[in-house]
Design a binder for this molecule. Structure first.
Ligand code: UT7
Length: 324
């Protein structure tokens, strides 16, 4: 069996930044409340006409620019998104067209905030099954399109952005790449986090609805248990984790996970302050920042975890880069 390496990462945030203070001009909220409860300081928002596929393509181009690979080498493109350009075709096929990746097959994965971990695991499984050698896995969202700006309990929490990684099947790369992963869902919790619209329900896209405290409670419990699961599967101890790269929804959840795993403060990547919750894009956005500022280097053991609407949640242990 080959190992499935994660060899590059890229990201993209739309130009427009909305600070908490700016937001509080039209939403009944305050910078102080948002910072204290979530850690969020600002979010990015797509421009008029800028689509999820545009964010995804920019992130993918950055990831591709850091490896010696031609776009025609990509066999599989998976885009994790809850905010596709169109109901169909998939955003992934639009990304394929914009990148000119003619040899690839492309499709979307929809698992909301857990989308990146789901897409990673789907792509890994396909590479292990011999469906290709190289995959581009992207998390991309224009999540602000789903917000009800009169609902202060949700609209202050989310933002737009994209992140992308490159996966490569490689022989003789023991203990590198995706070492373990686990996915879970429980549709009984639909009503604590959902969108009140959809093509077959209402014919429109709807808005995000959330019981924040309930989701918070499930997040800490379910993310801890999935982390235990992937550590056990890979035969690793929490102390072997070099970096926790969590879903960026709320600093309090991230800090709770750091304490559960007994990791030092500076071994956790936190970017939620800068871009709020970007759903499926948040893990690769955090990963990209830490790889490109030099904190994460080849050989580091990463713990990824995320939870969101469904409920759907999952985790992965990844040794980043390739053996030298
Ligand atoms: O990625 C998907 C996963 N989603 C999550 O992980 C989200 C998980 N949940 C959370 O992060 C938190 O529950 C929130 C940040 C959403 C809310 O924090 P909280 O500490 O649970 O606050 P709360 O909902 O209990 O609200 C406390 C108070 C309420 O006022 P009263 O009833 O105590 O007077 C709210 O009306 O804060 C009020 N409030 C606000 N005040 C100012 C709610 N939203 C706002 C706001 N600005 N934006």
């Amino acid at each position: 069996m080959p190992n499935i390496l994660m060899t590059s990462v890229g990201s993209y945030l739309p130009e427009r930044i909305i600070t908490n203070t700016e937001l509080s001009e039209w939403v009944d909220t305050s910078d102080e409340w948002i910072r204290q409860r979530t850690g969020i300081e600002q979010r990015h928002m797509v421009a008029e006409g800028e689509k999820t596929s545009d964010l995804a393509v920019n992130a993918a181009k950055m990831a591709l620019s850091h490896v010696s690979m031609d776009v025609d080498d990509i066999d599989i493109i998976v885009v994790a998104t809850t905010t596709p350009d169109d109901t169909f075709p998939s955003t992934a096929t639009t990304v394929q067209r914009k990148l000119g990746a003619k040899q690839a097959f492309a499709f979307d994965v929809q698992a909301v905030c857990a989308g990146f971990v789901y897409a990673l695991t789907v792509a890994e499984s396909m590479l292990l099954a011999g469906k290709g050698q190289k995959a581009l896995v992207i998390g991309a969202e224009s999540f602000t399109k789903l917000l009800d700006w009169t609902d202060r309990g949700t609209c202050v929490l989310f933002g737009d952005g994209a992140g992308a990684v490159i996966l490569e099947a490689a022989e003789g790369a023991d203990d590198y790449g995706i070492l373990s992963s686990a996915l879970h869902s429980d549709g009984n919790f639909r009503d604590i986090l959902y969108v009140d619209g959809g093509p077959s329900a209402t014919g429109d896209v709807g808005h995000v609805r959330m019981e924040g405290q309930e989701v918070f409670r499930h997040a800490v419990e379910k993310l801890s248990s999935v982390m235990d699961e992937v550590l056990q599967m890979a035969g690793k101890a929490p102390s072997e984790i070099d970096w926790l790269v969590p879903h960026q929804a709320n600093l309090r959840i991230i800090n709770g996970m750091q304490r559960k795993l007994k990791l030092p403060e500076d071994r956790v990547i936190r970017t939620v302050q800068k871009h709020a919750n970007t759903s499926a894009a948040s893990i690769p956005l955090a990963l990209s920042e830490a790889v490109h500022d030099g904190r994460i280097t080849s050989g580091d053991l990463l713990a990824l975890e995320a939870i969101g609407g469904g409920l759907a949640w999952g985790g992965s242990l990844v040794r980043y880069g390739r053996p030298s």
